[in-house]
Write a protein that binds this ligand. Structure first.
Ligand code: ATP
Ligand code: MG
Length: 348
């Protein structure tokens, strides 16, 4: 069986947070070591970030470096994965143009993730055309690399659906040169769409409810201590609820059995801790302190590695340039097949 190919990425609209980490980044770091993938492409999606940050190009530019540092800090290895900048692979833009004919405006308007974002960004009826169409450009990104596998968070499901539809239409109308990709979601349910520290549905750069991979220990501690829990759990003796309780959702995402011996020896497992909370008699502060310790254990090495890499930004740029050249080569190959399939390869 031919080896699989990964394409995934993040928008440089800010630094990466622990939602990105558990939703996709942690998985990529694990996958790069499996040998299951012929190639792993990780894209910093600046063109997509510009669809709603077009008036703030400097933010996008700065964030490219921040996201690259987050990647390396989290453990992505440039010897195993190709990290590149979307705008430096113009083949992707050309593919987008051709795919634009294979979708309808009505179909784009039905995309639930885009719909929610339009509401959140208060675009109202002034929706930038580029923003509405970004799922098409995402289809170009994925198919340019003939990706079989796209490790992302749950909010990306509609994008993958849209991509598969475009692939099927293209292959049916022209020649079957494109590959239908599969989404790869985190196995742990709490990681699919990590809520913000405010308890809102999604931790998101745009909502200001994030714990960043680059936050220092003190900031993480502070954010955890002011996190949303169970509003009916007023006194420690009250029975507590787990549903929608963000502290427990984060523990589901990060806690491992060995953490108890290290930081909360009165308990042996998360189930036992949850039982006590639901029965009553366990205060939020104790649980939050435990969560802060668990998070610190995972984030401290990331933060330290990140700070090391941040000392040499020209080196980061060199890595991104090399990755972008490699990505361009792969995309150009697909584009040439696409042009042939579409009968626009005039000089060949
Ligand atoms: P923006 O608000 O600019 O869209 P974002 O925080 O939604 O930023 P993206 O760059 O759009 O981040 O998403 C990058 C990747 O991280 C995607 O795979 C997405 O599914 C995943 N992701 C983002 N937020 C979360 C979250 N809260 N939980 C799990 N995965 C997430
Ligand atoms: Mg997003």
């Amino acid at each position: 069986m031919p080896k699989k190919i990964i394409l995934t990425g993040d928008r440089p609209s800010g630094k990466l947070h622990i939602g990105h980490y558990v939703g996709s980044l942690r998985q990529r770091v694990a996958l790069q070591a499996t040998g299951e993938y012929a190639q792993i492409f990780i894209m910093i999606a600046d063109v997509q970030a510009l669809t709603d940050n077009f008036a703030d190009p400097e933010k996008v530019r700065q964030s490219v470096t921040e996201v690259a540092l987050d990647y390396l800090g989290a453990g992505l290895d440039p010897d195993k994965v190709t990290i590149f900048i979307q705008s430096q692979v113009p083949e992707l833009t050309e593919l987008t143009t051709y795919y634009m004919n294979l979708v309808t405006v009505a179909r784009l308007e039905r995309n639930p993730t885009v719909k929610a974002e339009i509401k959140q960004k208060k675009f109202d009826t002034n929706i930038p055309a580029g923003f509405l169409c970004y799922p098409v450009s995402q289809a170009a990104d994925i198919t340019a690399f003939k990706a079989t596998t796209v490790p992302v968070g749950e909010d990306q499901k509609p994008m993958l659906e849209q991509t598969r539809e475009i692939v099927r239409r293209f292959n049916e109308i022209y020649t079957p040169v494109l590959v239908e990709p599969d989404i790869l979601l985190a196995a742990n349910k709490s990681c699919l769409r990590l809520p913000g520290t405010d308890g809102k549905a999604k931790m998101s750069k745009s909502l200001g409810n994030c714990i960043y991979l680059s936050d220092d220990a003190e900031a993480v501690q502070k954010k955890v201590m002011s996190m949303y829990t169970d509003p009916t759990h007023i006194r420690a003796s009250d029975p507590g609820h787990l549903d929608g309780n963000t502290v427990f959702t984060y523990l589901d995402a990060f806690c491992r059995p060995e953490h108890f011996a290290r930081y909360l020896a009165d308990y042996v497992s998360l189930d036992e801790l949850k039982d006590h909370y639901q029965r009553g008699g366990l205060g939020d502060v104790k649980v939050k302190k435990f969560l802060a310790a668990v998070l610190e254990e995972e984030l401290a090495p990331i933060r330290q590695r990140r700070a090391e890499y941040a000392k040499d930004i020209p080196q980061i740029y060199a890595m991104l340039k090399q990755g972008s050249l490699e990505a361009r080569e792969a995309a150009a190959q697909t584009l040439s097949e696409v042009r042939q399939a579409m009968h626009i390869n005039y000089w060949e």
